[in-house]
Design a protein around this ligand. Sequence first.
Ligand SMILES: [Zn+2]
Length: 196
Amino acid sequence: MRDLTKIVECYSCGLFVEKSSDIAKELCPRCNSKLEIRKEFKIESLVFAISSLMLFFILSLYPLISLYLNGQELNANILKTVYILFEQDFLIVSFLVLFTIILAPVLNSIVIILVYFQINFKKEIFKKSFLYDSYYFFKEWGFIEVFIISLIVCYIKLVGMVSATKFDIGFFVLLAYLFCFIMSNIKFEASAILDD
Ligand SMILES: [Zn+2]
């Protein structure tokens, strides 16, 4: 029996073509149009998404920057940063930070994990189109890298005033978190959600 997973249909003329190893450049032998190859969910994407969530959890426990002022240690972790903004009545800013730095990236990872489970266990908890749209929505609204840059700017300013300012464990976990987050998105094929 022939392996049906190795056969693709030409969308232009309906001819069934056997996939070759060089998929990217494959053209239909009858009408010469480009064959669209369905993309599959990559397991690396799941691994990086789970790592992201675990790193985020660790990250929220440790301070990002710490400094000593008059013998007192001052520091803030990622959740405290949002809380400080909220406390100082920067309501919109605190909500934006909460959403773009915390909620959107975390939900982005959760969507990737959900997609994996729906594809693998063939259960439709959420509609495919809903997952597809929310994946792009959370991806567009995640701004961890902007947050890292603002932390570096903040560090440079503080170091001029208080020389004992240093990046704390949380900052380095944040860098690892950003790496896993970006990798999970690079490896993720959103079109895999819509295919059966
Ligand atoms: Zn064709």
